[in-house]
Ligand binder design. Structure first.
Ligand code: SF4
Length: 384
């Protein structure tokens, strides 16, 4: 556990409160600001008011206040690698720059279980604590494939496996003719420890139909996380923003997550994912500005009162933008990654070879005047 001095916390929270009260803000926000200072739940209308607020510095103060009340000055990171078993996919999401259709066989990769195990073995002498596994969806990588993969990884090394989004779980459970609960139970027994938050995209039916119409539905995504949480397990949740959705759609999305968190309680972090427009079917849609990115972090921090952590995923946003997000409510940067994911580099992210040493991550956090803390996947601090 991290030991926070109560006096310091109160004094610093008071300082942050005073900064808010001294800020010249419009009277229309008086009630909203009071609720935020009292750490009360915001309504959907209040969430929208925040999105429509033009004063970015004020939004930063508000989000920082709430983040401090939850996480103090700590910013988390971990040592991880990603493994993407394939980039072939039976689906064709319009925003996806990563996947290839199975017939485009010269443009993709498809690892066997043993090839993945060889990747894991390359890290035998490195103190990574998490393997993040997700990728395209293909018939060959079915339930048995993942059971064998997780068992072999666990036999080789006792390391946390964070893997498979509901998009993958839905597909492999249908193929295995098993319920979601039965599939998740088998995967858990094989070694699956937690689930990442991908595949959520945007929950609004009309927009989801346009950008990701053929994969699992909103209800299925939520149901799989609900069952996983009922098993006492943890997961994250994402939202793909900055494409053809509106602020209303974002609030609708976060409302569904907030409701599920009230009910099931197993989400650890919310991860806003910025739409990037290179090499996909939506390249005509411009990317949103950094101002919009920061606003989105702040609103997420303020609206999602029952999420402990907001992650600025640096491989998607670029490390320097992620650093700024630490002042807009984010308290987690994700991990060292070691250039093991291609999902965002193929979509045009600033990070074409995402890799940071722990020292580089710590410096990034210290430059933002925050305290770096290495964590495991479940947010237990790791003492080095
Ligand atoms: S986003 Fe995921 S499910 Fe959609 S096409 Fe890309 S890899 Fe496949």
């Amino acid at each position: 556990m991290i030991d926070f001095s109560q006096d310091t916390v109160i004094e610093s929270l008071e300082t942050k409160k005073n900064l808010i009260l001294q800020h010249p803000y419009s009277k229309q926000y008086t009630e909203l600001v009071e609720k935020i200072l009292n750490i009360q739940r915001l309504s959907d209308e209040e969430g929208l008011m925040l999105y429509q607020m033009h004063d970015l510095s004020f939004l930063a103060l508000l989000a920082d206040y709430v983040n401090f009340s939850k996480n103090h000055n700590v910013v988390y990171y971990n040592r991880n690698i990603h493994i993407e078993p394939t980039n072939f996919c039976v689906y064709s999401c319009a925003f996806c720059s990563y996947s290839r259709l199975i017939k485009q066989k010269d443009e993709g990769w498809k690892y066997t279980v043993d090839e993945i195990l060889e990747i894991v073995k390359k890290y035998d002498n490195q103190p990574i604590t998490e393997i993040h596994i997700t990728g395209g969806v293909i018939p060959q990588q079915d339930l048995n494939f993942y059971i064998e993969l997780f068992q072999k990884i666990k036999t080789h090394r006792n390391i946390h496996i964070k893997a498979l989004t509901p998009v993958e779980i839905h597909y492999i459970s249908k193929k295995a003719k098993l319920s979601y609960a039965e599939t998740l139970q088998k995967l858990s027994e094989a070694g699956l420890d937690s689930m990442p938050g991908g595949g959520a995209e945007i929950f609004n039916k009309e927009i989801r139909e346009k950008i990701a119409g053929d994969k699992c539905t909103t209800e299925q995504w939520l149901e799989i996380h609900r069952i996983w949480h009922s098993m006492g397990k943890r997961s994250n949740a994402t939202m793909l923003y900055g494409h053809i959705e509106t602020y209303e759609h974002r609030i609708e999305h976060m409302k569904m997550l907030r409701d599920l968190q009230d009910e099931a309680g197993g989400f650890q972090a919310f991860i806003p994912l910025k739409f990037r427009n290179k090499n996909n079917q939506m390249s005509h849609v411009p990317e949103v500005s950094i101002v919009e990115d920061m606003k989105n972090y702040a609103v997420a921090r303020l609206y999602l009162d029952n999420f402990q952590h907001i992650k600025a995923y640096w491989a998607m946003l670029g490390r320097h933008n992620a650093q700024i997000a630490l002042h807009f409510g984010a308290d987690d940067l994700d991990g060292t990654i070691d250039d093991t994911t291609k999902i965002y580099s193929m979509a045009g992210s600033e990070e074409q070879h995402p890799s940071m040493t722990t020292e580089e991550i710590r410096q990034l956090i210290l430059q933002a005047k925050r305290i770096p803390v290495e964590r495991d996947t479940l947010y237990n601090p790791i003492q080095n």
